[in-house]
Design a protein around this ligand. Structure first.
Ligand SMILES: NC(=O)c1ccc[n+]([C@@H]2O[C@H](COP(=O)([O-])OP(=O)(O)OC[C@H]3O[C@@H](n4cnc5c(N)ncnc54)[C@H](O)[C@@H]3O)[C@@H](O)[C@H]2O)c1
Length: 252
């Protein structure tokens, strides 16, 4: 364990798997007191196998005001990592109002809920770092069949800049992360769905990998390293920004 985050209390949403889980573990290894939350307690519980005493797990549903209020009261965080999000597949013609509402709630409004809940404590203590999960897809680059998802992730960029500007004089930073494709359980589900459509798992995998000029997708731990940096005081002069980490996808 090193000590880049010693003394910091960190609240992570969607820590049951994928980037949220990798980030919760990475931040605990850097000495933070981590509060890892998700709606899937079974997945969350598996974090115990990491034998990190400084990770506390509990259920928190980011689409529920009461659940968020209780979770924030328990964690009283210096750092908030808003990681929860859902990928809707399809064009604008495929999207129903219900799918739009669900995605806007889970991917965007959830961040308003958690951020509103953590800000009073951060303001009182005179500092804090809020890290929002956006995507390279949406405001940075377009991708086929990601209409609803792209809109929600672009909205996260706006939410981030707005919070950053309003609270900069209070010592609170707010940044967002824009990853390319990352290996995670839900990404593997998306590969399987495309494989069914194409009749070939190899072809499906090749299509996803082709988006990344590096010829591979990211590991969740590579995104977690950026989360650690933004949570730490090493990034003290950075706020209101989109931090792109996409294997060169949008950099060509
Ligand atoms: N995987 C990628 O390629 C990729 C790329 C860019 C951005 N992202 C974003 O990163 C984030 C994490 O994605 P991932 O693929 O690493 O993880 P994932 O999609 O595999 O897991 C998502 C987690 O969110 C939890 N969750 C769902 N609804 C919730 C709710 N209401 N409250 C709390 N938790 C809830 C699930 O239980 C699950 O543990 C998402 O916001 C996603 O949009 C992912």
């Amino acid at each position: 364990m090193s000590e880049r985050l010693v003394g910091k209390r960190v609240l992570v949403t969607a820590a049951g798997q994928g980037i949220g889980r990798a980030s919760a573990i990475a931040m605990a290894r850097e000495g933070a007191q981590v509060f890892a939350t998700d709606i899937n307690l079974e997945n969350l519980s598996s974090i115990r196998s990491e034998n990190l005493e400084n990770i506390e797990i509990f259920e928190m549903n980011v689409t529920d005001d009461t659940s968020v209020a209780q979770g924030v009261e328990r964690a009283n965080p210096d750092v908030l990592f808003n990681c929860a999000g859902f990928v809707h597949h399809g064009t604008i013609l495929d999207a129903t109002d219900e799918e739009w509402d669900f995605a806007m709630d889970l991917n965007v409004r959830s961040m308003m809920r958690t951020t509103k809940a953590v800000l009073p404590g951060m303001v009182e203590r005179g500092g804090g770092s809020i890290i929002n999960m956006s995507s390279a897809l949406g405001s940075i680059i377009g991708a086929p069949n990601r209409f609803v998802y792209g809109v929600t992730k672009a909205a996260v960029v706006g939410l981030t800049k707005s919070v950053a500007v309003d609270f900069i004089t209070k010592g609170i930073r707010c940044n967002c992360i824009c990853p390319g494709t990352v290996d995670s359980p839900s990404w593997r589900d998306r590969v399987e769905a495309l494989a069914q459509e194409l009749g070939s798992r190899e072809e499906a995998m090749a299509q996803f990998v082709a988006r990344q000029p590096m010829g591979r997708v990211a590991k969740a731990e590579e995104i977690a390293a950026l989360v650690v940096y933004l949570a730490s005081d090493e990034s003290a002069f950075t706020t209101g920004h989109t931090h792109i980490i996409d294997g060169g996808w949008s950099g060509q």
